[in-house]
Each structure stands twice: as C-alpha cells, then as structure tokens.
Design a protein around this ligand. Structure first.
Ligand SMILES: Nc1ncnc2c1ncn2[C@@H]1O[C@H](COP(=O)(O)OP(=O)(O)OP(=O)(O)O)[C@@H](O)[C@H]1O
Length: 363
C-alpha cells in the first residue's frame, strides 16, 4: 500500500481530551487510488486530513507514504516530518489563489526551483491537463468558480506531489457544477496517476470521485470500502443510515424449504443473497434495512401504504409511506406515477441484498 494509516489518533489539547478528534483510524490507499472521507460535521475528517499533511501532530499510531514514515507516535518513538518535507499537495475549499497573479503565474508559484524554460513547460502541461490553456494570461477573478478550482488543482499538481489532499474542494460551487467538476477532477487525477485523499460532506461527490470511501463518526472510521459495498453491505447501522435513503423495520428470520426467509411487515423477503440464518439473532428477531429503491410501487400488490410526504427528484419521487401496521417506509417511484399525499398505493419489497442489525442496538 502506498498511503497507510495505522491506528491514527488526533487529540486537541483541553476540551477534546476525552473524545479524540480522530480515534484510532486505520486505512490504506494503493498508488494511484483516490480515497474520500465523509461524515457529519465535526466527525474528524479535516483533522485526519491535516494529520496526513503534517499540520497536526498525531497522539497515537503511524502514517506512512511509500517507504517513508511521515508521523509516528508510539511508546518511546516519535516522528513528525514537517509539512513542507512531505511532498504533499493540497487543494482547499477557498482555492487560495493569488488575485494579482495570472492563471499561469498562479500555477508557476509552486515551482520556484525550476529553470524558466522547464517551469514554463510544466505550467503549460498542467494547464492543458485541467483544460485551461486558453485562459493562461487571465486573472482568477475573470474566471468562473469551476475554472478557479481547476487552477488550484493545477497549482497543487505542478510540483509533482506524491499525494494530493483535497478539503471540501467543491463546496463553494453550485450543485450542478459540483457534480460535473467532481467527475472532471477524477479524470484529471486518474490521467496524472495521482494518489489522492478527499474530504467532503457530500456522499454523491465522494461516489463521483473516489475508489475507496471512509465513513466517519465521532472520530472513528466506521467503514472503509467502495461505494457499492457501503450501500449494499454497510458494516454498521450508522453507515446504513448515512448512505442513501432507507428505514429500519422490525423483522424475523425464519427457516423455510427454500432457505432463510426474512419476515417483514411488507411480506416475506425470499431468495436473498447472503441472508443471515435465524440463529444469528435471538429468536431470529432483527431489524432489516429497507432502502427507497427496495420498494416497488405495484397497485396489484396486497400490501398497501398511505403517502405521507413526497419529494420530487426529477426522474422520480421519494415517497414517505405509512403501512396500516404503522411502519414507515420510503420508496423511489418513477415521477410519472404522480399520486397525492393521503392516497393509498400498493407496494412490494424487491430486495436483493438484505442488511440486518440486532434490534436493541440502536445508535
Ligand atoms: N484546533 C482545534 N482545537 C480543538 N478542537 C478542535 C480543533 N479543530 C477541530 N476540533 C474539534 O475536533 C473535532 C473534529 O473536527 P474536524 O474539523 O476534524 O471535523 P470535520 O468532520 O472536518 O467537520 P466539518 O465537516 O464541520 O468541517 C470536532 O469536535 C472539533 O470541534
């Protein structure tokens, strides 16, 4: 692995002493991979990124990049390589561009040691990589937010960092541009074979950019996985709740001739991949995660639910539904099925990946 964090803990002096800002986090990226850290405000994402950059000292654990130990704090051993010696590039939320320098001069800023010809070549190469060659002699204020973000990226990449860190790089942009730029940034990083770690509070941004995503809560890394597994195989109830739309519904796992069946208020879930056995929970009693896209609108279904709320999402509605038994479920329904709040509609579960948790273990 190229970037390796082992049991990294960050503690701020004073108030945070009881709860470390980062609590024994381990994760790894191989060379050229892009990682993202997501989680609610205050969960420790930025602190972890700053520890990798060398802007925070770690209280425990070890951070390695390639063959080098960047930070280490364990009994009898302390290493803290200065940030400027780490060969790490950073891109921040506010871009931190110099307003009085042109686009090209901004990109050249990190290359003072190169000769003029080589510096110009590198700047041209970087501007081409981010698609800003034609605006090289303009000033930052003459460019759009998305273009400014790409200058910041070109400037961070120009000195050939071994690792790029991005802290909420898209949060100043409007939603539509954010998604497009996230995809573009991924392409640029992949083209340059850069290993990168991104912090964001927006899961869709993380999905668009990253190969591996870490979900953090209260300083802990709950899961480090790809988007598919975070969604379909959440390791904890927190991850299941944080990623996507869904609800937990009481259920019971029972044996049948066709293998284990999950009995829910919406009917039985059958033919499931990797279904837990009834013995996994006392009496088979558990809670099952029902995602909005596990619930299909089907007027022929005997299971009826009343529409409590609906939110238009373009191609679909997100309906909040209530069963006669009182359970709440969410459903994504194509937006040409336009039903009114208060109406009863037929629904049926269509679940491939079943995700269950013990009943008592609510966070
Ligand atoms: N310099 C500091 N001194 C003391 N406590 C700090 C400091 N910086 C952050 N914290 C605390 O550490 C915890 C983690 O903060 P951090 O900024 O890493 O979270 P975050 O996930 O990046 O949040 P956000 O998404 O809001 O930026 C929080 O409880 C925060 O209040």
């Amino acid at each position: 692995m190229f970037l390796e964090l082992q049991q990294v803990t960050v503690r701020y002096p004073g108030a945070a002493a009881l709860h470390p800002a980062v609590d024994r986090v381990s994760l790894a990226l191989s060379a050229g991979q892009i990682g993202a850290l997501i989680g609610p405000s205050g969960c420790g994402k930025t602190s972890l990124l700053r520890a990798v950059a060398g802007l925070e000292r770690i209280a425990e654990g070890c951070i390695r990049l390639g063959e080098d130990v960047l930070s280490e704090a364990s009994a009898g051993r302390g290493v803290h390589l200065a940030p400027e010696k780490r060969q790490i590039g950073m891109v921040f939320q506010d871009y931190a561009l110099f307003p009085h320098l042109t686009v090209a001069e901004n990109v050249a800023f990190g290359l003072p040691r190169l000769g003029r010809a080589e510096r110009e070549r590198r700047v041209a190469e970087m501007l081409e990589l981010v698609g800003l060659g034609p605006v090289a002699s303009r000033f930052p204020h003459q460019l759009s937010g998305g273009q400014q973000q790409r200058i910041a990226l070109a400037r961070a990449l120009a000195p050939r960092p071994r690792l790029l860190l991005l802290d909420e790089p898209f949060s100043n942009l409007d939603v539509e541009l954010r998604e497009r730029l996230a995809q573009e940034v991924r392409n640029i990083l992949k083209q340059a074979s850069i290993t990168a770690l991104l912090v964001t509070h927006d899961q869709f941004e993380a999905f668009a950019v990253a190969d591996e995503i870490g979900v953090m809560q209260q300083g802990r890394l709950e899961q480090w996985d790809d988007a598919y597994h975070l969604y379909h195989r959440p390791a904890t109830r927190f991850v299941a709740d944080f990623i996507g739309h869904g609800v937990f519904t009481p259920a019971r796992i029972v044996d049948s001739d066709h293998g284990p069946v999950v009995r829910t208020p919406l009917g039985d879930l059958l033919d499931l991949e990797e279904c837990p056995l009834p013995g996994a929970y006392p009496g088979g009693e558990c809670e099952v995660l029902l995602r909005a896209d596990d619930i299909v609108h089907d007027d022929a279904s005997p299971v009826k639910a009343r529409i409590e709320r609906k939110a238009f999402r373009g191609s679909e509605f997100l309906y909040t539904l209530r069963l006669a038994s009182g359970e709440e479920v969410l459903a994504h329904v194509p937006s040409h099925h336009n039903h009114s709040v208060g109406e009863w509609i037929g629904i049926r579960p269509e679940v491939d990946h079943v995700v269950t948790f013990p009943r008592a273990a609510r966070d």
